[in-house]
Design a protein. Structure first.
Length: 559
């Protein structure tokens, strides 16, 4: 049952019914403007009606994904401005139509939007922003940018100004081509800073917005489930009904997850909501939106053996049947370097499908290994291990760290070296036997704590200025590895370092290859604006180190 006020529900139903769905590149702009005029701002996350906010987004997503992609960004921008600059006004009083806001926070490696000049809160921006959805019809945008020192900022600007050029370049998203996610060029574009340096990602609302995306996924999956239910009613097929039941269970868990997340945010609006948001998006005891979407999609595939949405029947959630991969236009897209990078990012998902399933419990697997041998991977007497540890330690850009975290510590061989460079070190492992061995090895270090934690589920609260991922992320599936990388990158302090090191020759229970693990972490690092410090492509292992600090070791010493 929806918690939307009755008059909101009636107005939304009438508005969506008046649109010709699915929307395309010519009709999306008008539909967005009408929706933004009818609902210029939703209840703020954490103000007591977070669930109502998400339910409206889910309703829109159930009708058209392109529309909710643009409108959710508009609503998110309103929430960001209310949180970071409640007294500021960024829209000209002479603006006649209801403004439509966009949020553009994606980054092109080596070409981030930067300050050309600054006068207090007023700045001029130069550079290029990639994947700017709605750029052709949005009136205003919030953009991430960097100053001369590399600090991250958020700025607001009107799009209709001489310094902003909406290009025809961009990644063509087949499923959401109506949004026209293009690159936007900035040349001395006038903008106003919103909040302080780094405030965009540090604010509590950052994760509130992430959980709002989960509500959009839920709405789209619900629309697919309705079609699956219709197909099951028309056909006497027990397998189809089984798929419908599985989808219903998944969506029920997703609904419960969203309700619990909304309640938690409303109860403690200033608390760090990362765990709630990731659970709503990815996983949890009863499942998040991503597995619910996959379950529902798979059921629809069983219901409709031909493409789910034919070109002449483009209804329900704005889905489109993609062009055949052998078509000329599709081949041209695959040659595009941007598309090739996107396809490369899908490799972990493909690996998750094609590789063997993990053991029922990683804890039991590792316990069996440590029961058979106190040092199954020869941490103590292997020259390879000793050399790899020495290279990793030498790659860390700071001599000393305040608070470090090492998940997957095993028997504590690397931990003993890290403990000598950290004021406090938290170590963790899946295996209780490994934890016991590590505690025994590290008993002389009063600054070390060792706990049995399952990653990424038991990720600890707080921030760390050093996080070391060594020789365990390839045991996770792609979804858990992505969650782990996101948690690590977002848990770094302002001067934090993230190190990732993995053996590259495979293992009996690996879910991912090392190159895939490091690709996932590299993407998470880029999303969090971390800078590459060290990259070692050894014959036997991969080592990557990222930092929030742009200064090299030598430049920092001379500063």
């Amino acid at each position: 049952m929806s918690d939307l006020p009755a008059h909101w529900q009636a107005e939304l139903d009438a508005l969506l019914a008046s649109e010709s769905m699915p929307l395309d590149a010519t009709t999306l702009a008008g539909a967005t403007a009408r929706l933004a005029a009818a609902f210029p701002a939703l209840p703020m996350p954490g103000a007591g009606n977070t669930l109502v906010r998400w339910q409206l987004l889910a309703e829109v997503a159930a009708h058209d994904l392109s529309l909710v992609k643009i409108y959710e960004a508009h609503a998110d921008a309103r929430a960001i401005l209310a949180e970071l600059a409640p007294a500021a006004r960024f829209e000209a009083p002479s603006l006649r139509a209801q403004p439509v806001w966009a949020v553009w926070a994606a980054r092109l490696p080596g070409n981030e939007l930067s300050f050309a000049s600054r006068d207090g809160k007023d700045v001029k921006l130069a550079g290029t922003k990639a994947w700017c959805s709605g750029a052709r019809f949005a009136t205003h945008a919030l953009v991430t940018c960097v100053d001369a020192d590399g600090s991250d900022w958020l700025a607001a600007l009107p799009i209709d100004q001489p310094g902003v050029t909406v290009s025809a370049r961009g990644w063509e998203a087949v499923g959401m081509d109506a949004t026209q996610s293009v690159e936007v060029d900035f040349a001395d574009a006038h903008a106003t800073l919103v909040g302080d340096a780094g405030a965009y990602v540090r604010r509590p609302g950052f994760w509130h917005g992430g959980a709002g995306i989960a509500a959009c996924w839920y709405g789209a999956a619900s629309a697919l489930a309705a079609r699956l239910r219709d197909a099951a009613q028309r056909r006497d097929n027990p397998y189809l009904r089984a798929h419908l039941g599985a989808a219903d269970v998944a969506l029920a868990g997703a609904r419960a997850c969203l309700r619990e997340c909304a309640a938690a945010i409303d109860t403690a609006p200033r608390a760090h909501a990362m765990r709630h948001a990731l659970r709503a998006l990815c996983r949890g005891k009863r499942g998040g939106q991503y597995p619910a979407c996959l379950r529902t999609r798979d059921g629809c595939g069983a219901a409709v053996p031909r493409p789910l949405v034919r070109a002449r029947e483009r209804r329900s959630a704005g889905l489109r049947a993609p062009e055949p991969c052998g078509s000329r236009s599709c081949r041209a897209r695959r040659r595009d370097p941007r598309v090739r990078r996107r396809l490369a990012a899908l490799e972990p998902v493909i690996a998750r499908i094609t590789m063997e399933r993990p053991p029922a419990s990683l804890a039991s697997y590792f316990d069996s290994k440590f029961a058979a041998s106190p040092d199954p991977w020869r941490y103590r007497d292997s020259w390879y291990e000793e050399r790899k540890r020495a290279l990793l330690l030498a790659s860390l850009p700071r001599e000393r760290y305040r608070k470090a975290f090492e998940p997957g510590c095993a028997i504590g061989a690397l931990s003993a070296d890290l403990a000598q460079r950290c004021e406090h070190l938290l170590c963790a492992d899946f295996s209780p036997r490994a934890v016991a061995a590590a505690r025994a090895r590290l008993v002389a270090f009063a600054n070390v704590d060792v706990h049995a934690l399952a990653m990424p589920r038991d990720w600890p609260a707080g921030q760390f200025d050093l996080i070391v991922m060594s020789e365990f992320a390839y045991y996770l599936n792609a979804g858990d590895c992505t969650s782990l990388a996101t948690l690590a990158a977002s848990s770094l302090a302002a001067d934090g370092t993230l190190a990732c090191c993995h053996w590259r020759h495979g293992g009996e229970t690996w879910m991912l290859q090392s190159v895939q693990v490091h690709g996932i972490f590299a993407q998470a690092a880029a999303n969090a604006a971390l800078h590459a410090v060290v990259q070692v492509d050894d014959t036997d292992f991969l080592l990557d180190v990222w930092s929030r600090d742009r200064l090299s070791v030598a430049r920092r010493e001379r500063a």
